[in-house]
Design a protein around this ligand. Sequence first.
Ligand code: CTP
Ligand code: CA
Length: 224
Amino acid sequence: MDKPPLPQMLQGSKVIVTAGGTVERLDPVRYITNDSSGKMGFAIAKAAKQMGADVRIIAGNTSAAPPEGIAVERVGSAQDMYEAVMRHWEDCSMLVMAAAVADYRPKEEAPSKLKKQGDTLQLELVKTVDILESLGQRKTKQFLIGFAAETEQLDRYAREKLERKNCDLLVANDVTVAGAGFGTDTNAVHIYDRNGLVEQLPVMSKYEVAYRLLTAAAVRMDRA
Ligand code: CTP
Ligand code: CA
C-alpha cells in the first residue's frame, strides 16, 4: 500500500542536496576518495521532493543509486562540486551539504600515468575549498544544512562547525555507534541549531532521518 503523502512543507522551495564522496585525482587512473555511499543525501533529496520541493542533486562518487525522478548532476573533485553548487546558488532556498568532501587533494594532477620509481613516494596534498564555509559567508536567503561525522566529542565539534560554517542546522552523527556509520541504511543523529541541540534521534532509516531533519528546517525557514 502507498504511504500517505508527506505534508507539503517545502512547496515552492528550491533545494540543492550534495551527496557522496569527492574524487581527487592524482593521475588519469588514480585518485583519493572516501567511504561515503551517498545514501543520506539521496534520502534527503527524496524526502524533500515528497515534501513539495524542487530538488537538484549534485553527487560525487556514490555506491547507492540516486532516487528516481530527481535531476542529478555528477561531479568529481571538491572544486567541481563547488562550481556546480555555485551555478545554482542564486535561486536556491536551501542547500544540504550531505557530501563527504575531501579536505585535501594532490597538489599536482599528473597528465599521464605516474611511473613507479624509488622505494618510497611522498605525496604533497593541499587543502580543498571548503564549500559550506565559503557559502556560509555569502548566504542571503539560503538555508544551510551541514553535516558532521565524528568519532569523539560529537557535541563540541558539531557546535563549532555550525558556528564556523554559519549553518542554520547541523546534523552530527557518531560513526562509532552501530547503525550510524557510512554505507548503512540507517543513521542515528543529533540535530543542532544556533541555540544548541534540537533533537537527538535514535537509530532509524535514513529516509526517516531526512523527513525529521527537513521538518525542523521547514519550521525554521517559515520563521525567518
Ligand atoms: N564540507 C565542505 N567542504 C569541505 C569540507 C567539508 O563543504 N572541503 C562540508 C561537509 O559537506 C559537511 C561539513 O562541511 O557538511 C562538515 O564536514 P566535516 O568533514 O565534518 O568538517 P571539516 O570542516 O572538514 O572538519 P574535520 O574534517 O576536520 O572534522
Ligand atoms: Ca573534513
